[in-house]
Ligand binder design. Structure first.
Ligand SMILES: [Zn+2]
Length: 111
């Protein structure tokens, strides 16, 4: 939606990422009637117009939602099926490499 009632230099409320508050901002640049950049009237930092949005916590773990999307497309596994061996044995297949500064101390797990 174009903000045709706004003009350069007008004061609008926006979230300032530097002050981390919703504060007065002057419109610094507009493209086709839309506010693009604003200048905080408190700290005078210029930043893209956020439409008052910001400072919210990020979505809870976007990887989890992506994972859920992938899993939704997977064929359903019956409960009797054992999990794939690759995921089951990954921990033992790739053990962590222990880096020790003390020489001569035997690493656990090796003969
Ligand atoms: Zn500010």
């Amino acid at each position: 939606m174009a903000d045709f009632d706004k003009r350069l230099g007008d004061l609008i409320d926006d979230y300032c990422p530097r002050c981390r508050l919703l504060l007065n901002h002057a419109i610094a640049s507009m493209v086709e009637g839309n506010v693009v950049k604003v200048i905080c009237q408190t700290c005078f930092s210029e930043h893209p117009y956020r439409r008052g949005e910001g400072g919210k916590k990020k979505l809870p773990n976007p990887r989890a939602t992506l994972f859920d999307q992938v899993m939704a497309n997977m064929p359903a596994l019956s409960p009797q099926d054992p999990p794939p061996a690759a995921t089951q044995k990954k921990r033992t297949a790739n053990p962590a490499r222990y880096i020790s500064r003390h020489k001569g101390k035997p690493i656990r797990g090796k003969s």
